[in-house]
Design a protein around this ligand. Structure first.
Ligand code: CTP
Ligand code: CA
Length: 226
């Protein structure tokens, strides 16, 4: 019972977390998306709630139960995800774990698209850029302490530190998705955190739940120093 009164690392903080993929409709029955189970984002939401935070979890379509004491908002597209995040602001800490579709079809066909049975021709889809949710929120005057993920298949630390700088982040979490044992649908992860001074901190491969608790403790420490 004594621990009920102990101060926790994220007591009184509002933490906003994005998770899962987004889906961008082509027509009423088809869409473009990314690989993402949502497991890492949901594990982070659970860990942040355990650390005493008020947690808002904005999630794309996933098949996961909502962690205890987490306010979950379900969305489909990147634009929906941005709108839901903007509505949830302000927050003290943003962790962007979502695999956001970078592009969406310029037009969504109102009816199911039909093949031309006579020509056998292919299909060209015109795509336009989606908004960058993390960069948008990290660029606001009321910007939260901002943490991004960089999922890369090559040049991991180099691409990750570029994203840290270009999106004006406080921390970036580099994730090697070319390694199948820590990739999209796996139960485990291994990460390297990079800060604005280019200092690196690595957590060895373990369950996404453990990585989430280590990462939340690390972030809370930096946030409480800031
Ligand atoms: N992100 C976002 N909104 C987007 C694209 C990315 O919020 N439209 C966030 C992701 O949630 C992640 C970080 O930005 O925290 C990096 O995402 P990533 O896809 O690795 O980088 P991009 O900036 O999209 O660059 P690219 O895909 O070209 O490598
Ligand atoms: Ca991307």
């Amino acid at each position: 019972a004594a621990d009920c009164f102990q101060r926790q690392a994220l007591d009184g903080r509002h933490v906003l977390i994005t998770a899962g993929p987004t889906q961008e409709n082509i027509d009423p029955v088809r869409y473009i998306t990314n690989h993402s189970s949502g497991k890492m984002g949901f594990a982070l939401a659970e860990a942040a709630a355990e650390a005493g935070a008020k947690v808002t979890l904005v999630s794309g379509p996933v098949h996961l139960p909502t962690p205890d004491r987490v306010n979950r908002i379900d969305v489909v597209s990147a634009r929906d995800m941005l709108a839901a995040c903007e509505a949830a602001m302000p927050c003290d800490l943003l962790i962007a774990a979502a695999a956001v579709a970078d592009y969406r079809p310029e037009v969504v066909a109102p009816h199911k698209m039909k093949k031309d049975p006579t020509t056998g021709e292919g299909l060209l889809l015109q795509l336009v850029r989606n908004p960058d949710i993390l960069a948008t929120l990290a660029g606001r005057p009321d910007r939260p302490f901002s943490v991004g993920f960089a999922a890369e298949t090559e040049n991991l630390l180099d691409y990750a530190s570029r994203k840290l700088r270009d999106k004006n982040l406080d921390l970036i979490v580099a994730n090697d998705v070319a390694n199948p044992t820590i990739g999209f649908n796996s139960e485990e992860n291994a990460i390297t955190i990079i800060d604005r001074e280019q200092r690196q901190t690595s957590f060895a491969q373990t369950s996404k739940g453990k990585i989430a608790r280590q990462l939340v403790a690390f972030i809370a420490d930096r946030l409480n120093q800031a």
